[in-house]
Design a protein around this ligand. Structure first.
Ligand SMILES: C[S@@+](CC[C@H](N)C(=O)[O-])C[C@H]1O[C@@H](n2cnc3c(N)ncnc32)[C@H](O)[C@@H]1O
Length: 280
């Protein structure tokens, strides 16, 4: 056997695993909370700690995925055929490219994540998929995303883009001003682009505070935000009706749709809030 690291395809650089498994990682804890298998004992312990405070964490995580799928489907139906998905996560059910390509088989998706384990799993999954790619880059350095050659190869910044920051903003403290990184990205997208965000909700329910406390214990981050704070991350872009909402009440572009009353929602349905805005 050769000592050289295995290569995924002839063109790729050698793939050298570089995972720190001494600490829980956001992508792997989330995978564990969704019931996935791409995680280690330390991540399962992190997910179990969160579950002590929020017993329905799996349902809440799946609810976030519903918010992801609803937003992608809505944006794809508006004619957007290229998606830049920041904080992509490990492949799971209903991934962005599957949802987008169910609406438009020609839709392209560029996944971005700062965790190399996401790159490794994503590459294995997407090896033969020419309309989907995945790169390792950090939202904290948005220019490195915009300048990444693989991003530029997949995404045409002269045509409207679906920019997604889904299940990611909660991992940054407000003192880091994460909205400024989002601003750099959406500023680089042309008129007619969409910005789709989901975040942890802070609307005064005790389960939301328990979510924050448990995530901070397990991961060191995971802050909740009021709808106004979430809206601020849209940089003043006009939100599609019904604005910022829980996934169960969020049907973008269908403001007249009948939805359950907030008081009738289960606790796990009040953990996440979603929004999508169009850049005029
Ligand atoms: C909770 S998961 C969300 C996955 C998916 N977007 C979803 O909502 O189902 C957050 C993902 O963001 C990634 N992430 C965390 N910090 C990041 C950063 N600074 N830049 C890019 N990705 C980041 C993590 O590795 C993880 O895969």
């Amino acid at each position: 056997m050769s000592d050289e690291a295995p290569t995924i395809s002839g063109e790729d650089p050698p793939y050298v695993p570089d995972f720190d498994i001494s600490k829980p990682a956001i992508a792997r804890v989330y995978d564990a909370s969704l019931g996935g298998k791409d995680n280690f004992a330390v991540d399962r312990e992190g997910a179990a700690l969160v579950a002590k405070y929020v017993p329905d964490i799996r349902k809440a995580s799946q609810d976030n995925r519903r918010g992801l799928a609803k937003g992608v489907e809505y944006v794809a139906r508006q004619g957007i055929d290229q998606f830049l998905d920041i904080g992509a996560g490990l492949p799971t059910m209903q991934n962005t490219h599957q949802v987008a390509q169910a609406v438009n088989p020609d839709a392209k998706v560029c996944y971005v994540d700062n965790d190399p384990i996401v790159l490794a799993h994503g590459r294995a999954l997407l090896a033969d998929d020419k309309s989907t790619t995945i790169v390792t880059a950090d939202l904290r350095d948005p220019e490195s995303i915009l300048d990444h050659p693989d991003v530029r190869k997949m995404i045409d910044f002269d045509r409207p883009i679906g920019l997604m920051v889904v299940g990611l903003m909660m991992h940054f403290h407000r003192d880091e001003h994460p909205g400024e990184w989002v601003k750099t990205l959406i500023d680089a997208c042309p008129s007619g682009s969409y910005l789709h965000i989901t975040d942890f909700a802070d609307t005064g329910y005790p389960e939301q505070e328990r979510m924050e406390r448990s995530c901070i214990q397990a991961l060191g981050n995971g802050w909740i935000r009021t709808p106004e704070e979430i809206e601020a991350h849209f940089q003043g872009l006009p939100l599609v009706e019904p604005g910022i909402e829980y996934p169960a009440r969020w049907f973008p572009g269908e403001p007249d749709r009948e939805v359950p009353a907030v008081e009738d929602l289960e606790e796990w349905q009040r953990i996440i809030m979603c929004g999508v805005a169009r850049k005029p």
